[in-house]
Design a protein around this ligand. Structure first.
Ligand code: SAM
Ligand code: SF4
Length: 323
């Protein structure tokens, strides 16, 4: 559907949990986390009803996210259900990869179209510092398994000042075959405010110094705002998501559903509505579609990253919003 600023909204990110089996420095505190009660989290039926209503409005692409989506039981079942909704063309997931190796076949069988896996470092010691767990091997095994099954895989790296140049080039070398690497600028959300982002120009320069001058690749590789470049010394393209260097709100096509059932119209804006009471009262999907239509129309013009405080500014961590 078209919102008040003429943008075509066809993509919904659905968070299925606010829990995680890692504690990435810029996303979750080590302790003192208050997670939602299981009864406050949308059930699979409620998620499916919301996705059906959204599909009636023209949502075609869905990404399952979290927290860590694979810590929620029976995720392949949910993916199969969403894949079966008329109008939904693409279902993908974003994961930290820890539990992926053993679940990869079930996810493929459920019809998963693509997967994003977070990989900020490939140095085991640094991985332990950044995520507070010694589990890099599990992630790498998950990447190997899922890509060997032919699922399109994107490796997402959020470079922060704790990651060295040689690491960034090694991560870039994963790109090729059905794997793409993307570098994402850290956003000042929750704990993200406490770290220094590495701007995409810096990462591009590091890659150019090693792999030669980059050329813009005009091909679209997904739903999002990533811009891709080719480097002579790398076999695959490299994507950059530059929310801080370049605002791309004017072409934003997405809304979010949090694990608690809030529709979020913008990652860094409080605007939205809680669907939980409607879903608990078994609203029909047609009525829900009407409600969503009104809400989505109001999607704000742009995010509030450059505002420090204010009633519109999102204060939660990514793990709670659904990254
Ligand atoms: N646990 C899954 C994962 O790590 O991919 C899914 C949820 S996680 C919140 C989704 C993505 O958000 C990850 O790639 C993570 O690196 C990214 N992320 C978290 N906080 C961020 C921030 N402040 N700025 C930019 N990206 C962030
Ligand atoms: Fe967990 Fe993903 Fe946040 Fe890391 S980025 S703490 S893996 S939700």
């Amino acid at each position: 559907m078209i919102d008040q600023y003429g943008r075509n909204i066809d993509y919904m990110r659905i968070s299925v949990t606010d829990r995680c089996n890692l504690r990435c420095l810029y996303c979750m505190p080590e302790e003192g986390i208050e997670c939602l009660n299981p009864s406050d989290i949308l059930s699979f039926e409620e998620i499916v009803t919301t996705a059906e209503a959204a599909a009636l409005l023209g949502i075609k692409k869905i990404k399952i996210t979290g927290g860590e989506p694979l810590v929620r039981k029976d995720i392949p079942n949910l993916i199969g259900k969403i894949k079966g909704i008329k109008g939904i063309e693409v279902v993908t997931m974003t994961t930290n990869g820890i539990l992926l190796k053993n679940m990869a076949k079930d996810l493929k069988q459920a019809g998963l179209d693509g997967i994003n896996i977070s990989l900020d470092t490939i140095d085991p010691k640094r991985f332990k510092v950044l995520t507070r767990f010694d589990k890099l091997d599990e992630v790498l095994a998950g990447i190997r398994e899922i890509s060997s099954l032919g699922i399109k895989t994107k490796l997402n790296c959020v470079p922060i000042n704790k990651i060295g140049e040689e690491e960034l080039t090694k991560i870039a070398e994963f790109s090729g075959g059905n794997i793409l690497v993307r570098f994402i600028e850290l956003m000042p959300i929750g704990l993200g405010k406490e770290f220094q982002l590495i701007p995409y120009q810096t990462v591009k320069k590091i890659l150019e110094d090693k792999y030669g001058a980059s050329r813009l690749n005009p091909k679209k590789f997904g739903n999002g705002p990533a811009v891709y470049y080719d480097f002579p010394g790398l076999s695959g393209s490299i994507g950059f998501i530059t929310a801080m260097s370049h605002e791309f709100c004017g072409t934003c096509n997405r809304i979010r559903l949090t694990a608690a059932g809030d529709i979020k119209l913008c990652l860094h804006h409080m605007e939205g509505i809680s669907l939980k009471p409607y879903l608990e009262n078994h609203i029909s999907k047609d009525k829900l579609a009407e409600l969503l239509k009104e809400v989505i129309y109001q999607k704000p013009a742009h995010h509030c990253f450059h505002e420090e405080k204010g009633q519109d500014v999102e204060w939660r961590n990514m793990v709670q919003i659904g990254g």
